[in-house]
Each structure stands twice: as C-alpha cells, then as structure tokens.
Design a protein around this ligand. Sequence first.
Ligand SMILES: *Cc1c(COP(=O)(O)O)cnc(C)c1O
Length: 355
Amino acid sequence: MFSKRIKNLKAYKTETSPAKIKLSSNELPYDLPEGLKKRIQEEIAKIPFNRYPDPYANELRQILAELWGVKPENIVLGNGSDEMILNLALAVGEPYEGITYPIPTFPMYRVVADSLGRPTYEVPLKPNLELDEERFNRVLENYNPALMFISYPNNPTGNLFDRKTLDRLRKKVPLMVSDEAYFDFSGETYINEAINPSENVVVLRTLSKIGLASLRVGALIADEAFIKEMFKVKMPFNVTYPSQVIAKVVLTEGLDFIRWAIGQVISERERLMNELQKMEGVKVFPSKANFFLFKTPYDADLVHQRLLEKGVLIRNVSYLPNLKGCLRVNIGKPEENDIFLEKLYEVLKELEKEL
Ligand SMILES: *Cc1c(COP(=O)(O)O)cnc(C)c1O
C-alpha cells in the first residue's frame, strides 16, 4: 500500500534522553519572562477559537517585514521553516529534477527530497568543512539539479561557507536556497539578493532558534512573484491562530528580551569556545551559529555517554561524513555552560586515566 520510496525512509529521530542540562537542539536557553507570558495569556484569551486563522498571516508578516527590512509581499510563512523546505521541493523544478546540497548538513533537505522521490546529489564538504567547489561543479554540470539547499551558517558544522564560492556555484543552478535559521547569530544574509527578481536566491528564516521553537513559525523570503507562486502550494491555515498571536506579542512587546537573549548567546559563544579551546587535546571548530563543533582525542560515543550520565546532553555527530570524533554543543545560559565545561573536563580526565 505504501510507496517503495516511503518504505525505505526512516522517521526523524531526535535525542529525547532526559537531562538536567540540554544543549543538543540549538534552542534558545531562555524561556520568555513571566510578564511577557502574562501578556500572551491575555491575547490568547481573545482568540475566537472556533475560527480559522488568517491564511496570509498579514499582521505577523507586517511585523516580520519591518524587522527584516523587506515588504510583507516578500514573505510567506510556514509551520516552521521545515514546511517551507517541503514546499520549495514541491514547487521548484520537475519531480524528476534533482536537489543538491553539501553534506553533512540539515537532514530535512534529504527527508523532503526522498519523500517526494526526487533525486538527491549530496556533495561532501572538504576536510576543512568548506564547500568542495570542483565536486559541486561536476554535479551541477552533469545532473542539472533544480534546487541547491545551503544552510548558512551550516548545521551541524557551524561555519558560514565562503560567499564567493556560493556566488559562483549559484550561477550554475536555477535556484539557491539560503537557509538562515541561525541568521540572528551570524549577521550574514542573502536577503537583499532574495527580494531581487533578477537574482536566483531565496532565504529561509525561523523563529525557532530565537526563543519560539514551540510555535513552529518559519518564513520564506523572495521576490513578490516567487511568493505568489508559493502561496499556491501552501496549506491555507498552516500557521495556527495561537502561533500568529503569540509571535506578534513576542516580536513587538518582547523584542528587547529577544535581542538581549541573542546578545547573551553570542557573547557566551565566544567565552565557551575559548574555554574549551584551552582544554588539552580539544579542537574547537569556528562557528557563527548558536552551537559549535568540537573534537576530543577520545571516542565521541564514549564522551557523549559519559556527559549524559553527568546530566549534560549534547549532540553526537561523529557518525557523519568528515566528522569522526566530533560532538555538537549549543550555547546555554552562563551557568549551564559552566557545568558543561566542568563535566567535560571531568570526563576527559577520567578517560585519560582509563585508556
Ligand atoms: C533548526 C533548523 C531549521 C528548523 O526550522 P524550523 O523553523 O524549526 O522548522 C531549519 N534549518 C536549519 C539549518 C536548522 O538548523
């Protein structure tokens, strides 16, 4: 009954092991302040729950447009940017035309392509975690994929790929998607290109990494004509009424809090990476996101497990291409980061003695 291509898929698995300190999903470490939650409650109480939400999410689009310096007509919202990844794969190119992206990267590009039965062309990063331009060129020239997904900065490696390389590559593909889930921590963007109809880039943004992962609100930013087409494939009521209401409150009245939290994460990123770098045998990889990769001299499964036993959950990415021995940790609150540093130090000392 199910299609062969679905039979061969595996459902998305995320680490759910309970841990005192969770630094594994790149979430913002701060929940909303109590006063803001009260205001959300008041606004939620006003929702006509029997009614469908605004399919255009006009008020929320207006707020986001101002924040991002574009027009509301440049934005279509999704139930998370995940949904916009799916919609792009539904809408751009023919089903038999492929989708390309570097690996390792965000797993949803592949999940979406596989679900739709579209060919995937995965191009491994170079050992320095930069794009392999030669290999990409061969893929673009030989297979003519319709769509290239770039996580910018890249998850799980944390780096921003070289922009000149990206600009050369995108000349050879109909459309490049710049997935800017971590924009608020990197400050680098393709948004100006995205709203220009003569450039072949669109941008993805999300509220998930800046404190609203629970809401599931993501955005696709492109020129007006592109957005018009995307509205044809979007499920009409994909962004719920409560999500629209809450996002509006947080992005207006709560904006100072969100900006403060982002600033905290960025300064803690620099501190944490510095401290980790000082540990013997530890290599820290550059990052412009709210997480970073590091490598220890020991087996990554073992380090990951021992940290979990001490109440700290991070992400084991050591099974991915080019990431042998690597672990990914996101920035927590200062006190959480201190505990992570302390527990990691203990684990490394224990392993040094044992092995
Ligand atoms: C977290 C993440 C997303 C997730 O987006 P949602 O808006 O929560 O669906 C998208 N892209 C990348 C690269 C991510 O790391």
